[in-house]
Write a protein of this length. Structure first.
Length: 303
C-alpha cells in the first residue's frame, strides 16, 4: 500500500466528500476515486459505503486509517532521525503563510537562517489556514504558519502538531476625522454599533474572529465592504467608508487618514502557530520562527 493512497483516504475522512477531498489535495475527483479503488483492492476490504448522496468510511477503513496514522508518524520520525544525522547542515522546506504571517514572521525568520544555515533552501507560498492544513500530511508543505482564535478549539488532525508562536491583539482602524479618533481606547459594543464595517471574506479566520468579537460585545455588525487584503481595508477606512479591526502584524505602515485605537478589554486576539507533520521533530526553521514570535511578543509587535 502506498502512503499517498492512505493520505487520500484520510482526506476523505476529514472533508466528508470525494469532491472536497480532491479540492484539498489538488486532485480531480476521478483521480481520488481511482486511487481509493486501488487501495480497496490492496487492502482486500470494502472501504466506502453509500450514505445519502455521498459515501462514508466503513469500519474496515477506520481500522486501516489507525494503522496509516501510526505509519505516517514513524516515517516522519525516521526522516527526522536522518536529518539529525546530517547535523542540520542542509535541507529543503516548503513553507506557507497568510500575508501578514509571511511579512511578520516567516520573512524575518528566513533572513536569519540565510546566515546561520546557508545550506538550507526554502520556498514560500501563500495559503490561508484552511487551505494549508490538508497540504501538510500530503507532503506538499513542510510547515505552515496558521491562525486560530485563542477562545476557540485549535485545528485537530492526527498527523499535525501545532506550536504556538505569538498571540497578537487587534486594534480598531478609524478614519482620522471619526468622532472616536481622539479616544484613548474604543469599546465596539458601545461606540460602533451603528458603524459600517469592513470585513474579510467568509470562511477566513479573521472573518470569524470579527463576528465572534462583535457577538461577545453584544451587537451584530453592519457588514458593508469585503476584502481579504488588509491594505485595501485600510484604504476604505481612509476614504471614510467604514471601520474595521486590524492585527498588529498587518500595520507596518498606515495610510494617511487612518488612526488605530486599542480595544477595551477583552480585546480580540489571534493566535499564530506553526503547523508541522506529527513526528517531524525540531528544525532550524521552527526554532527561528519561535524566536521571532517571542521577540514580537516582548516588544508588543509592530504598531
Amino acid at each position: 500500500m502506498e502512503i499517498k493512497r492512505l493520505n487520500i483516504l484520510r482526506a476523505l475522512d476529514q472533508h466528508g466528500t470525494v469532491i472536497a477531498a480532491a479540492q484539498a489535495l489538488h486532485l480531480t475527483p476521478s483521480a481520488v476515486s481511482q486511487q481509493l479503488a486501488v487501495l480497496a483492492r490492496e487492502a482486500d476490504a470494502v472501504l466506502l459505503e453509500k450514505h445519502g448522496r455521498g459515501v462514508r468510511l466503513t469500519p474496515a477503513a477506520h481500522v486501516l486509517l489507525g494503522h496509516a496514522d501510526a505509519i505516517a508518524t514513524r516515517l516522519e520520525q525516521a526522516r527526522a532521525d536522518l536529518a539529525a544525522q546530517r547535523d542540520g547542515r542542509i535541507g529543503r522546506a516548503r513553507i506557507s503563510g497568510f500575508p501578514s504571517g509571511i511579512a511578520g514572521l516567516i520573512a524575518p525568520a528566513l533572513a536569519r537562517l540565510k546566515h546561520t544555515h546557508p545550506g538550507w533552501r526554502f520556498e514560500v507560498v501563500q495559503y490561508e489556514t484552511e487551505q494549508a492544513l490538508p497540504l501538510l500530511p500530503a507532503r506538499e508543505l513542510d510547515l505552515a504558519v496558521v491562525m486560530t482564535h485563542p477562545d476557540l478549539p485549535a485545528p485537530d488532525h492526527p498527523r499535525i502538531e501545532l506550536h504556538p508562536l505569538l498571540d497578537e491583539p487587534f486594534e480598531i482602524a478609524l478614519p482620522a476625522d471619526h468622532p472616536l479618533a481622539g479616544r484613548a481606547e474604543v469599546t465596539p459594543g458601545a461606540d460602533l454599533v451603528d458603524a459600517d464595517w469592513i470585513i474579510t471574506a467568509p470562511g477566513t479566520a479573521c472573518h470569524d474572529l470579527l463576528l465572534t468579537a462583535c457577538h461577545q460585545a453584544g451587537f451584530q455588525p453592519r457588514l458593508v465592504h469585503t476584502s481579504t487584503d488588509f491594505g485595501a481595508q485600510l484604504a476604505l477606512v481612509a476614504a471614510g467608508l467604514g471601520v474595521t479591526i486590524i492585527p498588529r502584524l498587518a500595520q507596518p505602515e498606515l495610510p494617511r487618514g487612518v488612526v488605530l485605537r486599542p480595544i477595551t478589554a477583552p480585546a480580540p486576539r489571534r493566535r499564530l502557530m506553526a503547523a508541522v507533520r506529527r513526528g517531524q521533530g525540531p528544525t532550524p526553521l521552527l526554532d527561528a520562527l519561535r524566536t521571532v514570535g517571542a521577540e514580537l511578543a516582548e516588544r508588543g509587535a509592530p504598531g
